[in-house]
Design a protein around this ligand. Structure first.
Ligand code: SF4
Length: 380
């Protein structure tokens, strides 16, 4: 990982690159376009493929290990950063490959210490990720897709159509950028990651798994999978697949209602994946992993704030050990979804606790910069 002054130069490097690009864009296209060669993203290669590349080019296989370390453990931004390689080797890499890093386009800091990054991808699309500090931890909330194909009515991201899935290194880079910011602004490394930003992570399962493999690998960031939560709106087939794959990270489900009619109104895909299917998949998950399930739950005024809603949730929680996180809601401008009154939240808490279900009531962070849950919509 990085020392503080190299973090500062790394962060400013992001911005310098962007500024330079916007100033020089016209000139660059005018002179260079006819000669443009599409190079492959080097981070799509496995370590073995990198070793083979060097052998094929008359060098030693271990050179591939060095480059792999630069790309993942040291999160190099350019081939020139790879200072233990000769100039010729760096040039050979430059001639054949590109490093498609994300670039922090804008960074906003909230009064409560929350940081929101709008990150620009190599094809100029933008996604957002958030650093959420508390007394005991700093958590990265990362995106898995550009936009989202699901249509949760309360979610700002749902208004952006899904453009594409993020690739593993784009997910990894968001974590590295936030880890750097955590060290720089909060004097501690990132402690936790939640896949709760833009997109449905289980609709981009393979790339999310590859990114988590890198994040948890000692050749990457070396984080414990127990500090990672993948939050899904509930895709039954993929929850079963996760159980079969014996994943080690935690699972959270954005439930918001345990009554089909209500859930379908607020999360229309529930008509395709009804609660019975979700429950069956979660039973499967629990039987295979023995891991408690966390439900993310927002209580809205007039939508799910009645006693029958709590009773349904209690029944849904009973088939496997569960925890309920009641999250404060952040309106996304129209009046349809409003945070429920505190009496309704108190009722949820009392009834759940009376049924021995662990419940926490979480206040949202970063509301002043639209970084709170459900607010990510590339507005900055
Ligand atoms: S809540 Fe999650 S799954 Fe639903 S639309 Fe928003 S980003 Fe997609």
């Amino acid at each position: 990982m990085f020392a503080k002054n190299s973090l500062e130069s790394n962060l400013s490097k992001h911005h310098k690159i962007l500024n330079q690009k916007s100033v020089n864009r016209k000139t660059f296209h005018y002179f260079c376009k006819p000669m443009e060669i599409k190079k492959k993203d080097i981070r799509a290669l496995t370590k073995e493929q990198l070793r083979e590349f060097f052998v094929k080019n008359g060098d030693k296989a271990f050179r591939g290990n060095q480059v792999y370390e630069w790309l993942w453990q040291k999160a190099a931004y350019s081939f020139d950063d790879m200072t233990n390689l000769s100039k010729d080797t760096r040039q050979m890499l430059e001639d054949n490959y590109v490093i498609n890093n994300i670039k922090v386009d804008t960074m906003q800091r909230s009064n409560d210490g929350t940081i929101k990054n709008a990150v620009r991808l190599h094809d100029n699309l933008i996604v957002e990720s958030v650093l959420i500090p508390t007394k005991t931890r700093t958590t990265a909330c990362v995106s898995s897709q550009v936009g989202c194909s699901l249509d949760c009515k309360f979610c700002a991201t749902a208004r952006l159509k899904r453009m594409r899935n993020l690739n593993p290194d784009e997910i990894y880079d968001q974590v590295v950028a936030i880890d750097n910011e955590s060290r720089l602004y909060h004097n501690r490394p990132l402690s936790n990651i939640v896949f709760m930003g833009m997109g449905e992570p289980l609709m981009n399962y393979n790339n999310v798994i590859k990114a988590i493999d890198k994040i948890t690998s000692n050749e990457g960031l070396g984080m414990s999978p127990k500090r990672i939560v993948v939050s899904t709106s509930g895709v039954p087939k993929m929850i079963k697949k996760m159980a079969d794959d014996n994943v080690k990270f935690k699972l959270a489900v954005s439930l918001h209602s345990a009554i089909d009619e209500v859930r379908t109104t607020i999360m229309p895909f529930n008509a395709t994946f009804p609660l019975a299917d979700l429950r069956e998949a979660l039973v499967y998950w629990y039987e295979k992993t023995r891991n408690r399930i966390t439900y993310e739950y927002v209580v809205w005024n007039g939508i799910n704030d009645k006693r029958k809603d709590v009773d349904a949730l209690v029944q849904f929680c009973k088939f496997a050990p569960s925890k309920v996180n009641i999250i404060e809601y952040n309106p996304i401008d129209d009046g349809e979804f409003q945070q429920a009154k505190s009496e309704a939240i108190d009722m949820y808490q009392k009834v759940l606790e009376a049924n021995n279900i662990t419940v926490t009531v979480r206040r949202s962070r970063g509301k002043d910069i639209d970084a709170a849950c459900g607010q990510l919509a590339n507005k900055s």
